[in-house]
Each structure stands twice: as structure tokens, then as C-alpha cells.
Write a protein that binds this ligand. Sequence first.
Ligand code: COA
Length: 180
Amino acid sequence: MVTEDVIVRTAGPADATGIAAVYAPVVEQTVISFEETAPDADELARRMLARPRLPWLVGELRGRVVGFAYASQHRQRAAYRWSADCSIYLDAGARGKGLGRALYERLFAEVRELGYVSLFAGVALPNEASVGLHEALGFTPVGVYRQVGHKQGAWIDVGWWQLSLCEAPPQPAEPVESVL
Ligand SMILES: CC(C)(COP(=O)(O)OP(=O)(O)OC[C@H]1O[C@@H](n2cnc3c(N)ncnc32)[C@H](O)[C@@H]1OP(=O)(O)O)[C@@H](O)C(=O)NCCC(=O)NCCS
């Protein structure tokens, strides 16, 4: 369970410094992210405001960002516009207490509300916690890109998981953007 002290809320550019602090160790010390240089707050604020604008959420514990989750465009070409990717990162001390589920449940509800139909998650393998989270939230495996990345001296596979946010409508309405 998420403790009473942790709140989940919409993130804005003012949270970019806190988000950068959560993300930097993942980039610098693990192969979970395929980035090699941790983005600074300015770069994260720019990503938050990217178009089409999609939701970013933070988990906050007594005023400190301890985790974040966001959705982003899946691919640029027009026919992909009802599909989004999702990502989530928590401080080591905030894991295993329900915050991942809380962030994702709210993120998915918001993305569904915008008119998106499918969500995708790429997971550098192995990552038991991430696979467990995605499958607990209803994602099903799509397939594996083998040796698609090389980081920290090793080739890495990325598994893809998919969640249908709704029954795909034959004539989907245009998705709308989230409002900060
Ligand atoms: C992956 C991550 C976001 C999970 O968040 P979390 O807060 O630890 O997960 P929760 O406590 O909300 O658990 C949610 C579900 O995930 C599953 N899960 C969580 N940790 C797990 C683990 N170590 N092994 C297996 N399943 C796990 C649980 O089965 C749980 O299911 P339930 O809610 O039905 O009980 C978190 O571990 C993390 O930030 N890891 C490092 C960054 C990362 O790997 N991000 C994903 C990149 S693809």
C-alpha cells in the first residue's frame, strides 16, 4: 500500500529538478534506461512540454519527488497517433510499496480519457519488478527485440508489453492533449 504520506499528482516543469534526481541513478548505474547521460532539469522540462502533450505524474513524499511516470508518443507517423508509450521510475527506497501501481493506474486513466487506444512499454530485460508491475496492471507480452542495445559492456534485449485502454473503435475520435 502507498503510505498516507505519499501523494500522486500531476507534474509540471517545476518538478523537473526532483524528477532528474530520481532518474539520474537509473541512467548512470543501470541498463534499465538506454540513455547514457542523465538529462538535466531543463531537458526534462522540455520533454514534459513535448507535443502531443501527454501526462506526467509524480509521487511526492513530504515535499520530495520519489517517483514519476509519464506517457509519450509511441511513433511519429500519423496513423500511430492513438498509441502511446509509458515509463516509470521510483527512488530505490520508494519501491515495493504500491506507488508504481498508484502512479500507473492514474496515468492510464488519464491517457484513456485523452482518447488513446493502446499503451506500450519497452522493458530492458531482465527486470522482474517492471515485468511484474506491467503484468499486474493488465499488460500482455508482445515480443522481444534481441540485442537491441549495448550498455555497460553487454548486449541487452528489450521486451515489449501492450495494454488495450479500450475496445478499439472502428472510427476513433482524434486524441486530445493533456493540460498542465
Ligand atoms: C518497476 C517499479 C516502477 C515498480 O514499482 P513499485 O512501486 O515497486 O511496484 P508496486 O509496489 O506498486 O507493485 C505493483 C505490482 O508490481 C509487481 N511487482 C513489484 N515489484 C516486483 C518485484 N520485485 N518482482 C515481481 N513483481 C513485482 C507486484 O506484483 C505488484 O502487484 P500487485 O499490485 O498486484 O500486488 C519500481 O520497482 C522501479 O522504479 N524500478 C526501477 C525502475 C524501473 O525498472 N522502471 C521500469 C522501467 S521499464
